[in-house]
Design a protein around this ligand. Structure first.
Ligand SMILES: [Zn+2]
Length: 762
């Protein structure tokens, strides 16, 4: 008690001066805090920063604090003490949410952190790190708390192996963005990465593979060559020679695991191990063929063959493995996997049939549920809560104590079942939160705008524990590629996981995320480089053109080629405009400060003349109305070309180029009318659609975005005279429908068509 009084005295000695006038700018913090009040002055960190904590268990923050104060340069010494005064004083307040809430006050006398528990101290330090500049921190008071207690991230180390240092580096970056659950996917068909003392062969054999005989490795090696991307190669420190053969792989010893678990704890992060069963188990079956129904480690129709659930030895194996796992991970949650099981293999197995008969199980689905329930009881007996992928919630009689990780937007019933059953739900919708999905200029916003509670049965919102992003690594070979997939998308997940929905602001987030990419660049960490602007997929020029390509991030340069090859580190860079005088294709590729190449963009250039409008502005017939005429065809299409001129199923008028209010799946739309071009010029258009679309202006195809695909943007240009030009937009949907079309403005902004841009004749 006495110590608390001393701390309080130290706290009240911090003079905090706030003023509405001339307040400091609000720092560019991600995720955006609950409330920020800025003061006027700055607190300058001393050379040696004295930190006073509630008790010595808080000393674990030292390294993370030092990293955050130093901004990558080793400029500060830190000393940790309990009680008393300090330049940074940490105090506790039991009334604050223990999963991360904090109050951070910076004034003339120093910095005070008030937190509900250690994770709040970590979150406060993460915020502080985003405020420090050149050893100075603006006076401010930040009152912050998380929206969700569960802010998760999964790393798949089975498909490709990541070293202890790489895992720690990723966790450090994620702690900066207030993630607090690290889900470690340790085993899969392609690799077993954790030492199990009872079965050493699992890691010794299952941790290594022949890369020349492995599909993913063959693919990524070809990609490294094709795209001049060394980050797609297998890192050389993961190669071993056995019996004269070069193998790729690695695994974590139990000491490595304890090291990572301790490290994560210093970041306020729980670690949730996953040993995927009964599917995704080829590595187990390779070492122990008797644990499968057929004795063969092979692939079935959709997935790999699973463990034999009729075999008592399988249960014994599973419990022995998890017994060791429970001892290594001191947290309540453990992940069983239980996804994507090739259940057909259980149908013909005598042991599996006997098991079904013994337990009155109707079919293979029941057999899988039986296994999950046996394991769940075992988890419970050991004080653990089972997490499973949403396959465990396919039927409605599963344990309500398990936690369901919902990942399949095409299985909404499982999310509903889990909610009604009273289970906790973690949301990892594949379409939004799978960080292995290829990126384009729209992906970041797509991740940012996902709202977790949408689609949850009304009245059951409280079952949502939080959100969780997954990085599967079939095609992610290296730490550099992993960082490219994670950033900036994890910034977006972070803001959804932490910030209140009413504080989210897409435009401001885009601006702030550029600042944070700048920090990653300065630290030599890889990230997805923002898209260059200054060209379309298809461009036109009159006589000649000066192409000015820019990336909105300092430190990034753009290299280009005109011979069709992918730009490499030796290619010329765009130090000024690139002059186009004849028809050509230019390939542009941005490079980070560290020299890591990004995505390659191809831009086609064709000479053109100005096309005259159909109507000058003062010649538009009086019968013209705003909007476009639309024909709808209720059939399946594979491309826009096959949308025939046959009788449409419906005809209507649309104010702009949008989907019908309640679209069905499998249909096509053709929009026709005129588009307004205010001045003579080269006009840039885009469509952003799922599936295909084609835009034709004055009879010329301008945007070609055809074919079956998920949301994708294509852009194109036409040289158009001032006035009204005929426009036609063909679009078809084959599931997941999305439609947007409009102009690209000079600054790169996409502006969808509005009714005043469009007209048709009655
Ligand atoms: Zn079997």
């Amino acid at each position: 008690m006495r110590m608390n009084r001393i701390l309080l005295a130290a706290v009240s000695a911090l003079p905090l001066f706030f003023s509405c006038r001339n307040a400091n700018d609000v720092p560019d913090i991600i995720p955006v805090p609950l409330s920020v009040e800025m003061g006027r002055g700055y607190y300058t960190l001393p050379e040696r920063v004295q930190v006073s904590c509630m008790d010595s268990s808080m000393f674990a923050i030292e390294d993370f604090l030092k990293l955050n104060l130093s901004c990558g340069q080793d400029i500060h010494e830190i000393s940790m003490e309990t009680g008393g005064r300090g330049d940074i004083v940490c105090v506790s307040d039991d009334s604050l949410d223990p999963s991360g809430a904090y109050v951070l006050e910076v004034g003339r006398g120093g910095i005070r952190i008030t937190a509900g528990a250690y994770p709040g101290v970590v979150a406060a330090v993460a915020t502080l790190g985003q405020m420090v500049k050149d050893g100075k921190v603006p006076h401010a008071k930040i009152n912050d708390a998380p929206r969700f207690a569960w802010r998760g991230f999964m790393l798949d180390v089975a498909r490709h192996f990541f070293t202890v240092d790489e895992v720690k580096a990723i966790l450090t970056e994620l702690a900066r963005y207030k993630f607090n659950k690290f889900h470690w996917h340790l085993t899969d068909d392609q690799g077993w990465r954790i030492e199990i003392k009872a079965f050493p062969e699992l890691a010794l054999n299952g941790g290594f593979r022949d890369p020349l005989a492995h599909n993913h490795d063959i693919y990524t090696a070809a990609r490294a060559e094709r795209e001049k991307d060394p980050a797609s190669l297998l890192p050389s420190d993961r190669m071993v020679i056995r019996d004269g053969k070069t193998l790729y792989g690695g695994y974590y010893t139990q000491d490595d695991i304890r090291d990572v678990v301790d490290f994560a704890a210093s970041l306020g992060m729980d670690v949730i191990p996953e040993i995927d069963m009964p599917g995704h188990s080829l590595k187990t079956i390779e070492s122990f063929p008797e644990l499968s129904c057929s004795g063969k480690a092979v692939w079935g129709k959709d997935f790999s063959v699973p463990l034999c659930l009729g075999n008592d030895a399988t249960l014994e194996f599973a419990k022995t493995v998890y017994g060791e796992i429970f001892g290594l991970f001191p947290y309540e949650y453990v992940h069983l996997g239980a996804d994507e099981v090739e259940k057909s293999h259980w149908q013909s197995c005598p042991k599996c049939r006997a098991r079904k008969a013994a337990y009155n199980l109707e079919d293979e689905h029941d057999l899988q549920d039986w296994f999950v329930s046996v394991m769940e009881s075992y988890f419970k007996d050991n004080g653990k809560i089972l997490i499973g992928w949403d396959e465990i919630a396919a039927k409605d009689d599963f344990s309500k104590d398990a936690v369901v990780q919902w990942w399949r937007p095409w299985a909404p019933a499982n999310k509903r079942n889990a909610a009604v059953n009273g289970n906790g739900i973690i949301l990892s919708p594949n379409e939004f939160y799978y960080m292995d999905i290829a990126q384009n200029r729209n992906t970041l916003m797509k991740v940012y705008t996902y709202e977790p509670v949408d689609g949850i049965l009304e009245g059951y919102e409280d079952c949502v524990l939080g959100v969780h992003a997954n990085l599967w690594t079939e095609y992610v070979t290296s730490f550099e590629t992993a960082c490219n997939m994670l950033f900036p998308r994890m910034f977006a997940v972070s803001e959804t996981a932490w910030s209140s929905p009413e504080h989210k602001d897409a435009k401001d987030f885009t601006r702030r995320s550029l600042v944070h990419l700048g920090r990653l660049d300065a630290c030599g960490l890889n990230y997805r480089i923002p898209d260059p602007d200054g060209f379309c997929d298809s461009n036109v020029y009159i006589d000649s053109l000066e192409v000015e390509v820019s990336v909105p991030l300092d430190g990034v340069i753009v290299r280009y080629t005109s011979d069709g090859s992918i730009p490499g580190p030796e290619s010329p860079f765009c130090s000024g405009p690139v002059v186009v005088k004849e028809d050509c294709t230019l390939n542009f590729r941005p490079f980070t400060s560290a020299g890591i190449g990004g995505h390659t963009y191809s831009a086609v250039y064709r000479a053109s003349e100005y096309i005259l409008p159909a109507f000058a502005f003062d010649e538009l017939p009086e019968s013209a109305e705003k909007g476009l005429e639309v024909c709808r065809y209720d059939r399946k299409f594979q491309d826009c070309a096959s949308i025939t001129s046959a009788e449409p199923d419906a005809e209507y008028v649309s104010e702009s180029v949008v989907l019908p209010a309640e679209p069905e799946s499998d249909f096509a739309l053709v929009f026709r009318g005129y588009v307004s071009v205010p001045e003579d010029g080269i006009i840039s258009f885009y469509t952003y659609t799922d599936d295909g679309s084609v835009m034709t202006v004055s009879g010329k195809p301008v945007v070609e975005n055809d074919g079956l695909h998920s949301r994708e943007e294509k852009s194109g240009q036409a040289a158009l005279g001032k006035g009204w030009h005929p426009i036609e937009i063909r679009y078809f949907d084959h599931g997941g429908g999305y439609l947007e079309a409009g102009f690209i403005l000079a600054d790169g902004t996409r502006r969808p068509f509005t009714s005043s841009d469009l007209c048709f004749l009655l």
